[in-house]
Design a protein around this ligand. Structure first.
Ligand SMILES: [Zn+2]
Length: 157
């Protein structure tokens, strides 16, 4: 799925990495003739690319970004106490990831486009919530679960 560029940093060998709004990084190397991105070499060139969207394969794979840490969790819910908000399509804020942990039973996890998929969660099979992607859950009989939220560890509390 497409993600906007928030900024840039250099990796340990000096190659430029675009910081995407989802929390993932993506190399944007200038290495002609294979990759031609002369713009990445100047501050003006990089500034001109902030806000531009790049396809993020890591979001497509539901991969929690490295360096994200849990900062809060919901209480435990069961099939009767699930808030309506979780049964209807909803999404987390930019940069906020979630992990749905099922403690007992099974929970159907439905993700809308652009990631469109459906998974059956159970103990040991968590569901990863990708920022800004609409999703909902449906209990499959009796279930007990909670949601843990993750964000970049450098963000202020
Ligand atoms: Zn991403």
């Amino acid at each position: 799925m497409l993600r906007a560029i928030d900024g840039f940093h250099q990796d340990e060998v000096g190659d430029w990495v675009a910081e995407l709004r989802c929390g993932h990084g993506q190399h944007v190397r200038h290495r002609p003739p294979f990759w031609v991105r002369e713009w990445v070499l100047t501050p003006e060139g990089r500034a001109g690319k902030v806000g531009v969207e790049l396809p993020c394969i890591l979001c497509d794979r539901f991969e929690l970004p490295a360096g994200h840490v849990p900062y809060k969790r919901t209480r435990d819910f069961d099939q009767l106490s699930i808030p309506d908000g979780l049964r209807k399509d909803h999404s987390t804020k930019p940069g906020v990831w979630g992990v749905i942990h099922v403690l007992a039973g099974r929970l159907r996890y439905i993700v809308e486009p652009p990631l469109a998929c459906e998974r059956l969660l159970e103990p040991g099979v968590p569901g990863i919530v990708v920022p800004e992607v609409l999703h909902r859950v449906v209990p499959e009989g009796e279930v007990r679960f909670f949601v843990e939220f993750y964000r970049a560890s450098t963000e202020p509390a």
